[in-house]
Design a protein around this ligand. Structure first.
Ligand code: SAM
Length: 175
C-alpha cells in the first residue's frame, strides 16, 4: 500500500500542483492521498479522472496531519532536499507500506523528527511532483507502468503517431 500525505496546500495557489501530485500518485501506484485541509475542486477533478480512467485512487481530506503520520501502519518517508539520498532510502523501505510526505509551502520542522526517513531527490530545490514521480518509479522498480486500472472507461493503445483510444462501449462491442 502506497499513500501520499500532501502538506501545506493553499487552495488559491496550489490547486493545479496538488492536482498534479494526485495524478502522479494515482498513475504511479499510490492508492490514496491525504490532503491537509479541504479543497473540493481538487477532490472532484481526481474523482472524475478515476471514473474515466479506472482504479480506486481516492483523496481523504484531513486536518490532523500528525495523526496520519503517527498512525500510519508502515514506513513514513518525507521527501525533502535536506534528506538522505532517496535511492538508498528506497532500497531500505521497498516492499513495505509506505506513506510519502511532501510539502507545498514551508514544511513544519516537526515533520523531520516524526518520520522514519527524510529522503532527498538530489540536493537542489525542484518540485514535489518531480520528487514524488522519481521516488515512486524507484520504489515500484518501474512496475507502475504495468498497473491495471480496473473499471476504466478509456484506455490508450500506445502508437507512434496519432491517438488510439479504446472506450468502454468499443470494447463491449468487440471493436
Ligand atoms: N520552500 C519549501 C521549504 O522550504 O520547505 C519547499 C517548497 S518545494 C517547491 C515543495 C516540496 O517539494 C518540498 O516540500 C519537498 O517535498 C519537494 N521537493 C523539492 N525539492 C526536492 C528535492 N530536491 N528532494 C526531495 N523533495 C523535494
Amino acid at each position: 500500500m502506497i499513500a501520499v500525505l500532501r502538506l501545506g496546500h493553499r487552495p488559491e495557489r496550489d490547486k493545479r500542483i496538488t492536482t498534479h501530485v494526485a495524478l502522479v500518485a494515482r498513475a504511479m501506484g499510490a492508492s490514496l492521498m491525504y490532503l491537509v485541509g479541504e479543497d473540493r475542486n481538487v477532490v472532484e477533478t481526481i474523482e472524475k479522472v478515476t471514473e474515466n480512467w479506472g482504479g480506486d485512487f481516492r483523496i481523504i481530506c484531513v486536518n490532523d496531519w500528525k495523526k496520519v503520520i503517527k498512525e500510519w501502519d508502515g514506513i513514513t518517508v518525507h521527501l525533502t532536499m535536506y534528506g538522505e539520498d532517496f535511492e538508498e532510502v528506497v532500497e531500505r523501505v521497498r516492499g513495505n507500506n509506505v506513506l510519502i510526505i511532501i510539502g507545498a509551502s514551508k514544511v513544519p520542522s516537526e515533520v523531520y523528527e516524526l518520520v522514519d526517513y527524510n529522503a532527498s531527490v538530489g540536493t537542489q530545490p525542484h518540485s514535489e511532483v518531480a520528487a514524488l514521480a522519481l521516488f515512486l518509479d524507484r520504489f515500484t522498480s518501474g512496475r507502475w507502468k504495468k498497473l491495471d486500472f480496473k473499471g476504466a472507461k478509456i484506455r490508450i493503445i500506445p502508437s507512434p503517431r496519432g491517438k488510439r483510444v479504446v472506450r468502454d462501449e468499443d470494447s463491449r462491442s468487440g471493436i
